[in-house]
Design a binder for this molecule. Structure first.
Ligand code: 5AD
Ligand code: SF4
Length: 455
C-alpha cells in the first residue's frame, strides 16, 4: 500500500475516533539516564498538547514509544525484551511502535528492517518532528543530526514531578572516552542559550517547583553560546531566582570541574552541596587508556579542593570494572581510591564493548567471571563505607524534599535530602511535593529512615 493511501486511512480512523469522543493514547517507557527521562517528558508534552492521552499500559495505547539507552549492552537487552512484548500486543490489536533515543540513533534504518513490527524511529535531534511525521507517514526513520540547539516549546512539557524539574542545558559530548558510545549517538556538544535556560527556570519557580536539576552529558564544559559565560556564572544567576530551594547539575567531568564552579557551590546556599563526579577507575594506566584526561592524583586534588571549600559535600561516582587490560593491581587501585574518597554513593558497571567506540577494537580480555567478582568486591567494600557514613547521620534533622510514597512500604513517604540520599520517613500529615524536616532514626547502606519533625 502506498504511503498516501495509508495516511488517508489513518486520518479517517482518527476522525472516527474523534467523532466517538476517544482521543488517541500513547504509552512511553524510558530506559537510561536523566537526559532520556527529560526527553520523554518533552515527547509526552508534544503529544498531549495535540490531544493525545498518556496511558500506563501499552495494551491500552494506540502508540507505544520506547526511549532507548545504548550506553551498556544490558540496557539494549532490556529494550529488546520490551519490544518483544509490544510485538505480541501488536498481533492482537492496532498498535504503532516508535523507537526513540540512543539505540534509535545508532541503528536507524537497520532497526526498521530487522524488526518490521517497528513503525517509527526517531533520533534525539528529531523529537520536534514527531507529530508531523506520525500524522502524515505510516512508517518513517528520522535520525538527522542538528548542529545547533533546538529549543523545545516550554508549554509542551509533561513533567512527571510537580516539585522537581529536569532542565537540559546542553547535549552531546566531545570527550570521546574510549569505552563510551555517547558522542556517537548524541553527537558533539551543543549548548542551550543561557537566556532560554533562565526563562524556563523562572517559569518553573513561578509554578511552584522547588528543585531544578540541570542536565548535560558533560555539563562542566557548558558555556553560553551567545555570551560565552561558563557554567559557574550560569549557576550564580540561577541561584538568584526567587522560589527555588535546590539547584543541582549533572554530570560533571573531573577534568573541567573548575574552582569557580566549586566556589559558587560553596557560597550560594541554593546550590546543593552534592556532586556526581565519575572517576571510572583508580588506576592511572586504565584512566589513560580510557582517555579520561586526568590522573588519579589530579582527581584526588579536585576532591581535596571541593572538600576544602565544602567539608560537608556529598560525592558520588561511576566506576567501570574489567576495562580491557585491567589487572588485579589496577582494580586494587580503584578499591583504594574508594576507601580514600569515601563517596556517599557509587554506580558501578562491568565493562561491555560498545559499537563505534575505540575500546571496542581492543580485546575484551578480562573474563566475565573476573569482571563479576570485581564488581561484587567493589560493591561490598562500598556498602561498608556507606553503612559507616550513614551511621553518623542518626539523630540529625535534615531538609527532605518529599517526592511520593515509598514503593516498598507505602505507609512511609519517600524523599531526598540535599546530599541526594533516599529517605523513607513516617509522617502523620500528607507531605508529598513538600520540603519538610525529617529526623533520621535508622539507616541502611542505600537509604535512611526517619520521622517528620513538626516545624
Ligand atoms: N561499559 C560499561 N560501563 C559503561 N559506561 C559507559 N560506557 C560503558 C561501557 N562501555 C558507564 C560509565 C558512565 C556511565 C553512565 O555508564 O561509568 O559514567
Ligand atoms: Fe561518555 Fe566520557 Fe562523554 Fe561521559 S564524558 S558521556 S563517559 S564520552
Amino acid at each position: 500500500m502506498n504511503e498516501i493511501k495509508m495516511t488517508q486511512i489513518r486520518v479517517e480512523e482518527q476522525d472516527k475516533k474523534n467523532r466517538q469522543g476517544q482521543s488517541p493514547s500513547f504509552f512511553i517507557h524510558t530506559f537510561g539516564c536523566q537526559m532520556n527521562e527529560s526527553d520523554s517528558e518533552h515527547i509526552a508534552g508534544l503529544l498531549i498538547s495535540q490531544g493525545w492521552q498518556k496511558v500506563e499500559l501499552p495494551e491500552k495505547s494506540n502508540l507505544a514509544i520506547i526511549n532507548t539507552c545504548a550506553v551498556r549492552a544490558k540496557s539494549v537487552d532490556k529494550f529488546l525484551s520490551l519490544l518483544g512484548r509490544l510485538k505480541e500486543i501488536k498481533k492482537k490489536r492496532d498498535l504503532k511502535i516508535a523507537i526513540v533515543g540512543c539505540v534509535a540513533q545508532l541503528e536507524g534504518e537497520n532497526l526498521l528492517k530487522l524488526r518490521p513490527e517497528i513503525d517509527y524511529i526517531f533520533g534525539p535531534d528529531n523529537y520536534l518532528e514527531i507529530l508531523k511525521i506520525i500524522n502524515h507517514q505510516a512508517k518513517a526513520v528520522a535520525t538527522n543530526w542538528s548542529h545547533q540547539w533546538r529549543e523545545h516549546p516550554l508549554t509542551q512539557i509533561h513533567r512527571e514531578s510537580q516539585v522537581s524539574a529536569y532542565v537540559p542545558v546542553m547535549e552531546g559530548c566531545n570527550n570521546f572516552c574510549t569505552y563510551c558510545i555517547v558522542p556517537f549517538v548524541r553527537g558533539r556538544e551543543k549548548y542551550r542559550p543561557a537566556r532560554m535556560i533562565l526563562e524556563e527556570i523562572k517559569r518553573l519557580a513561578d509554578q511552584g517547583f522547588l528543585e531544578v536539576q540541570l542536565l548535560g552529558q558533560s555539563i562542566t564544559s557548558y558555556h553560553d553560546p551567545e555570551s560565552g559565560k561558563p557554567l559557574a556564572e550560569l549557576l550564580q544567576e540561577i541561584a538568584q531566582i526567587d522560589g527555588l530551594i535546590w539547584i543541582r547539575f549533572i554530570t560533571s567531568h573531573p577534568k573541567n570541574l573548575s574552582k569557580e564552579i566549586a566556589q559558587v557551590m560553596a557560597t550560594e546556599k541554593k546550590i546543593c552541596r552534592q556532586l556526581h563526579l565519575p572517576v571510572q577507575s583508580g588506576s592511572n594506566s586504565i584512566l589513560k587508556k580510557m582517555n579520561r584526561g586526568y590522573t588519579r592524583e589530579e582527581y584526588l586534588e579536585k576532591i581535596a579542593m571541593l572538600r576544602e571549600l565544602m567539608p560537608d559535600i556529598s560525592l558520588s561516582t561511576d566506576i567501570i570494572v574489567g576495562f580491557p587490560g585491567e589487572t588485579e593491581k589496577d582494580f586494587e587501585a580503584t578499591l583504594r581510591l574508594l576507601e580514600e574518597v569515601r563517596f556517599s554513593n557509587i554506580f558501578s558497571f562491568r565493562y561491555s564493548p560498545r559499537p563505534l567506540t575505540a575500546a571496542s577494537r581492543w580485546v575484551d580480555d578480562v573474563p566475565f567471571e573476573v569482571k563479576r567478582r570485581r564488581l561484587i568486591d567493589l560493591q561490598n567494600q562500598q556498602k561498608k563505607i556507606q553503612l559507616e557514613n550513614n551511621a553518623t547521620l542518626v539523630g540529625q534533622i535534615m531538609n527532605v524534599l518529599c517526592i511520593g510514597r515509598s514503593q516498598k512500604t507505602p505507609h512511609l513517604y519517600c524523599g531526598r535530602n540535599e546530599a541526594h540520599q533516599v529517605i523513607n520517613f513516617a509522617s502523620p500529615i500528607e507531605v508529598v511535593n513538600k520540603m519538610v524536616k525529617v529526623k533520621i532514626t535508622s539507616f541502611g547502606p542505600y537509604s535512611l529512615q526517619g520521622e517528620l519533625v513538626a516545624e
